[in-house]
Design a protein around this ligand. Structure first.
Ligand SMILES: Cc1ncc(COP(=O)(O)O)c(C=O)c1O
Length: 403
């Protein structure tokens, strides 16, 4: 591949081809398209309103007002005060800031980190990096349905911990975790609970008072917002050590010039996702159930992971015994169906899902997993076509070869 600047002509041709033969995009947990309303809200800040919010002149003040309005809008959805929100470059940075910041702030109390075994790589690898800096960790296993029981969290933090991490919805299985119960157990033992809520906006309530967590992370591109924008909620009074130096933005918690358009886009996407959540949940659950019923009717030995657990409405992680997830994903792409083997970040590596592994799924079955994640653009027709494509591809790959 040519490593120089992308050729705009080549991209234009590729997009024209894409428009002629539109595919079916069922990988919304990896990322979502930017919503038109969000693009419209961002546009002024990419053009005339280009000021730096730190500047004292009118350009700067215009940008500052936009950032503070966005902060207030996000705080409304989270049911917190605007001062408890720190804008970041996305979910990965927010998770890093929370885990590193809490762990170092509380190192005199405890150097032990409790973390669920099903977290995203940006949480697990941050915990590993802290281990290399003298912290120890305890991993909390999920049950066979992919849910980490709150009692297991309570048992692990019994002797104290600097921080405990439990995500709100798993990105691979969609299984919803008992965050409110875990947070109550943490509070009772004086341990801050960090929640990776990256897969939750538009799918689950985000009221941090009801959740009871100390910190909570999200990234805009998972719900119709721009890539490169996210936030960390930090409950008032919870000590977090900033991880960047060199400025005083975000109350010193995250310095660096704001991506004003990104922050505005994040807030608008979050507002819309929350407003549409009830109707979207009903619609997506119906479509997701149709997808699972259709696939299981055509591929009777297919296994839906976490089927009996409470799951977010848009996600389905299905194993096709005897096949490999990566091979299936590539073959489905040829048929115009975009799906994933699990976490987008682990695409291209052939390590089986750590989530399925932690759930006790046999390695062969874990390596046969394909994640389908629906979104705002998904239609009933697309689901019927996706079922046909899955049946076609899995049937073809299972045929004995005679060469
Ligand atoms: C659960 C979860 N946490 C964190 C991330 C990372 O978020 P971002 O892409 O905003 O850095 C992802 C992205 O796939 C995710 O699914």
């Amino acid at each position: 591949m040519d490593a120089s600047v992308p050729n705009p002509e080549a991209l234009k041709r590729a997009l024209q081809e894409q428009a002629r033969t539109p595919g079916i995009y069922l990988d919304h947990n990896a990322t979502t398209p930017l919503r038109s309303e969000v693009r419209a809200a961002m546009a002024p800040y990419l053009e005339a309103a280009f000021g730096n919010p730190e500047s004292l002149h009118r350009y700067g003040q215009q940008a500052r007002v936009a950032v503070e309005r966005a902060r207030a809008a996000c705080a409304k959805v989270l049911n917190c005060s605007p001062g408890e929100i720190v804008f970041t470059s996305g979910g990965t940075e927010a998770n890093n800031l929370a885990l590193r910041g809490l762990a170092w702030a509380r190192r005199e109390t405890s150097k032990r980190i409790a973390c669920s075994a099903i977290e995203h790589a940006c949480v697990r690898e941050t915990v590993r990096a802290l281990e290399a800096q003298g912290f120890t960790s305890t991993w909390i296993a999920p049950n066979a349905e992919g849910q980490v029981p709150a009692e297991a969290v309570a048992a692990v933090i019994e002797g104290g911990a600097s921080v405990c991490a439990l995500m709100l919805a798993n990105n691979e299985t969609g299984v919803v975790q008992p965050v409110a119960e875990a947070a109550a157990a943490c509070r009772g033992r004086g341990v801050p609970l960090h929640v990776d809520a990256v897969q939750a906006p538009g799918k689950l309530p985000l009221d941090v008072e009801a959740l009871g967590c100390a910190t909570l992370a999200m990234g805009a591109h998972k719900f119709g917002g721009p890539k490169g924008a996210g936030l960390l909620y930090i409950r008032r009074g919870v000590a977090v050590i900033p991880q960047l130096t060199g400025g005083h933005q975000e109350g010193g918690m995250r310095c660096g010039t704001h991506d004003v358009a990104g922050v505005v886009g994040l807030a608008e996407a979050l507002r819309l996702a929350e407003a549409e959540r009830p109707a979207s949940t009903v619609r997506l659950r119906t479509l997701r159930d149709q997808l699972e019923l259709g696939i299981c009717a055509k591929v009777p030995d297919a296994v839906v992971h976490g089927r009996r657990a409470d799951r977010v409405a848009n996600t389905s992680f299905i194993s096709f015994p005897g096949l490999r997830g990566e091979v299936l994903v590539r073959a489905m792409d040829v048929e115009g169906l975009a799906v994933s083997t699990g976490a987008a970040c682990s695409e291209g590596t052939s390590t089986p899902s750590h989530v399925l592994e932690a759930m006790g799924v046999a390695p062969d079955l874990a390596a046969a997993g394909v994640r389908f994640s629906l979104g705002a653009s998904t239609t009933a027709l697309e689901i019927r076509q996706a079922v046909e494509a899955v049946a076609l591809v899995s049937g073809r790959l299972r045929q004995p070869r005679h060469d």
